[in-house]
Design a protein around this ligand. Structure first.
Ligand SMILES: NC(=O)c1ccc[n+]([C@@H]2O[C@H](COP(=O)([O-])OP(=O)(O)OC[C@H]3O[C@@H](n4cnc5c(N)ncnc54)[C@H](OP(=O)(O)O)[C@@H]3O)[C@@H](O)[C@H]2O)c1
Ligand SMILES: *[C@@H]1O[C@H](CO)[C@@H](O)[C@H](O)[C@H]1NC(C)=O
Ligand SMILES: CC(=O)N[C@H]1CO[C@H](CO)[C@@H](O)[C@@H]1O
Length: 348
């Protein structure tokens, strides 16, 4: 046994290199061909049924509008029912033939079962499941006052996607349906203050990559990894150090720093487009893919940059470099959409 491993340690790297040299060109060509194919054969979702969790604000709300514009019926799930009714109204105006609102908490398995059952009772079928509900926590790990308060991040972001997926799969299988999951670029970037959020999103990527292998071509899975996008989250709605939900724009400024915050509508468009074309991953904005390259080729450099930018406080300033740059350059005016700049937020 030991001998085989020792042999593999020596033989596997050169073998992989040889494989790469031999097959990388035909492999890339085949992939290009497939993406061309999917460019022309995008799924028509008119008359189909789509369930979206976390549809009461941000990216989820915009995903609902994108499906509505394409003529799909939508089931909208989140905890705030009045907000969902507003989204439902607008979805109908945009062209959705039938909209159903279900107030539920995705971190509870029984409620997930209930909203899937209710969707099937109402529409008789389910074609796309969009797992989008999620919360963020922003705190240096050591500064947490009670670490047990952060279970909610895993319960909502991870289990809140896994439970609905479990109950929806028999129905999705029936019509060769699709699963869309909203992970995050933080799933593979070492963002300081977001270790638990990062972990919950990395868990999603890992889970759905494995599920993709188990399901094969019958149910396709699109994993979205957005960068910063306008939403309640980027308005500053986070779990704070003590594990309470709060809205704090100063924390947001530190965390987002001088990075551009994209429009939720554009992000939602890219995600729905990707799902209909059976894309395995949707990275939005596209340039974040470059960060992935750094992560693989020079992880030390990436980690060092993140530390300088988000952890270090320069010139005896009380804020980390990210906020100092943001304030000094006035970058916020250019980089952040209007909707997240104001101090008052719509949250209730
Ligand atoms: N904004 C970004 O920059 C960004 C970047 C990468 C990834 N993402 C991911 O995108 C997804 C959407 O986030 P967003 O930015 O659009 O934030 P958002 O505006 O805060 O939306 C979060 C949604 O999730 C719902 N939700 C939260 N907890 C829930 C629970 N226990 N049960 C049911 N619904 C729940 C919220 O509705 P209720 O409060 O009414 O329940 C809300 O509709 C998240 O998974 C997030 O991690 C966001
Ligand atoms: C977190 O937010 C809650 C609610 O806004 C607040 O009462 C609490 O003091 C905050 N905790 C810390 C450590 O800032
Ligand atoms: C800080 C942190 O936890 N970073 C992790 C984020 O997730 C990726 C996995 O996708 C890890 O490799 C990072 O170390």
């Amino acid at each position: 046994m030991d001998l085989i491993n020792k042999f593999m340690n020596v033989a596997a790297p050169p073998a992989a290199l040889l494989f790469y040299c031999l097959f990388s060109t035909p492999y890339s060509l085949l992939k290009l061909l497939c993406s061309f194919f999917h460019l022309f054969f995008s799924e028509n979702v008119r008359g189909k049924v789509v369930l979206i969790t976390g549809a009461s604000s941000g990216i989820g709300e915009q995903i609902a509008y994108q499906y509505a514009k394409r003529g799909a019926s939508v089931a909208l799930v989140a905890r705030r029912e009045e907000r969902l009714h507003e989204v439902a109204e607008k979805s109908r105006e945009l062209g959705s033939p039938d909209v159903h609102v279900i107030a539920a908490d995705v971190s509870r398995a029984d409620e997930c079962k209930r909203f899937i059952d209710e969707t099937i009772d109402h529409f008789g079928r389910l074609d796309h499941l969009v797992n989008n509900a999620g919360i963020t926590c922003v705190s240096m790990f050591e500064e947490a006052t009670d670490v047990t308060n952060f279970g909610a991040v895993m319960d909502i972001n991870f289990w809140g996607s896994v439970y609905p997926t479990f109950y929806a799969l028999p129905h999705l299988r029936r019509n060769r349906g699709k699963i869309v999951v909203d992970s995050s670029a933080a799933g593979w970037l070492p963002m300081p203050r977001m270790s638990l959020y990062n972990a919950s999103k990395a868990a999603l990527i890992s889970f759905y990559e494995t599920l993709r292998v188990e399901l094969g071509p019958e149910v396709s899975i699109t994993i979205a990894t957005p960068g910063w996008v306008e939403s309640e989250m980027t308005q500053g709605k986070f779990l704070n150090k003590s594990g309470d939900m709060q809205v704090d724009q100063e924390v947001r400024d530190v965390q987002v720093g001088p990075f551009p915050v994209g429009y939720a509508e554009e992000c939602a468009k890219a995600i729905v487009n990707g799902a209909c074309r059976k894309k395995r991953y949707v990275t939005w904005p596209f340039w974040f893919k470059v960060m992935f390259l750094y992560k693989i080729l020079a992880p030390e450099v990436l980690e060092w940059c993140y530390r300088i930018l988000y952890v270090k406080k320069p010139w005896s300033s009380q804020h980390p470099t990210s906020k100092v740059i943001l304030d000094a350059t006035g970058a916020k005016n250019v980089m952040y959409p209007e909707s997240i700049k104001s101090d008052e937020t719509k949250t209730d």
